[in-house]
Design a protein around this ligand. Structure first.
Ligand SMILES: Nc1ncnc2c1ncn2[C@@H]1O[C@H](COP(=O)(O)OP(=O)(O)OP(=O)(O)O)[C@@H](O)[C@H]1O
Ligand SMILES: [Mg+2]
Length: 314
């Protein structure tokens, strides 16, 4: 779904960290901001893909125009198209007015396509046309409109593997992958942790007009953890630790790791899903595969795969 259509005023990079990798990432952002090429960001959940996309936009010549964020993962196929491409009045039942699509709203600005790997095949095809022709046609309209949009796409999926299985179009991949950066998980750049912690504590202290500190043992407990949810998880752990501490000092006792268990359970449930279970769940949601995939904690392509398998054995 669209999560934000906004103009971003700040001209800065909010990325915190001093590891070699984060330095390289900051360098990439500056390079990408100078060029006008489409970008692809790959990285696990919570590594900072959103911040990177926003930073590229707000340092680029497009900064005075809109930054539109769209999350592919939470939207059904029918809504997908009219949200993205817009429609003319009467284009389908329920289209009572003309509607500007989100891509059009990003004209002269930046369109951030989150979870691009989850885009439906038809959307992938249409997106390719838009990027190649720099033209967009709203649903139910004959005329095309010129548009000038820079696309930044992101995913945490293995897109190369998806191309091999024909789940993602190669031609689209080459169009969006002009500039590429793989953001490493936090466990592979642990030098960033102390600075991220410091920044969180400073923000919190300012917010509450209270000095909040963390002791060495607590930091070392964090340094020894694997952070499957990356920076987002670190922020949650600190938030919880702070709410557990009475004194304004976070010690190792307040540092609790719970999200890793959830990630582990999700992995488990994915490996246990049988093709039959996938079919049952699709039926349960009246054929809505987005909802079925979400309920099973798997991606839509994985669900399609299981469905294919089930049909083979029929
Ligand atoms: N290097 C960083 N410096 C400061 N904050 C960061 C950094 N990386 C991530 N964050 C923070 O972590 C949280 C998650 O970041 P973000 O939403 O950009 O991750 P993401 O890679 O887009 O995750 P998802 O794939 O789940 O959308 C945000 O609150 C963001 O501000
Ligand atoms: Mg994100």
């Amino acid at each position: 779904m669209a999560e934000g259509t906004k103009k971003i005023k700040e001209k800065r990079i909010d990325l915190i960290g001093k590891s070699q990798h984060t330095k390289e990432l900051k360098h990439f952002i500056k390079k990408a901001a100078k060029s006008d090429c489409n970008c692809l960001l790959i990285g696990e959940t919570g590594v900072g893909k959103d911040i990177v996309a926003k930073s590229i936009h707000c340092l680029s010549k497009r900064r005075d125009k809109h930054f539109v964020k769209f999350n592919c993962a939470n939207i059904s196929e029918d809504l997908f198209e009219s949200e993205l491409f817009g429609h003319a009045k009467g284009a389908f039942t329920g289209a009572t007015t003309n509607k500007t699509g989100l891509i059009e709203k990003a004209d002269k600005g930046t369109f951030f396509f989150n979870e691009i790997a989850d885009a439906y095949p038809y959307t992938q095809a249409k997106l390719l046309d838009i990027i190649e022709d720099k033209e967009l046609r709203r649903l139910g309209e004959n005329k095309s409109r010129k548009i000038d949009v820079r696309f930044i796409c992101a995913t945490n999926k293995n897109i190369s593997k998806m191309m091999k299985k024909a789940e993602f179009r190669e031609d689209l991949f080459f169009r969006i992958n002009v500039l590429f950066f793989h953001i490493k998980p936090l466990r592979e750049r642990k030098q960033d942790i102390p600075l991220l912690v410091k920044s969180y504590l400073e923000k919190k202290s300012l917010e509450l007009s209270q000095n909040i500190i963390i002791n060495k043992e607590a930091v070392s407990k964090l340094m020894n953890y694997s952070f499957p949810g990356n920076v987002r998880e670190l922020e949650n752990i600190l938030e919880r630790a702070f709410s557990l501490s009475n004194s304004g000092e976070i010690t190792r006792d307040e540092i609790e790791f719970t999200i890793s268990n959830i990630a582990y359970l999700k992995k488990e449930s994915k490996s246990n899903i049988t093709p039959e279970k996938a079919i049952q769940t699709i039926k349960k949601f009246n054929g809505n595969k987005t909802k079925a995939a979400k309920a099973l904690c798997i991606s839509r392509p994985t669900l399609y795969e299981l469905e294919k398998k089930a049909n083979k054995y029929k």
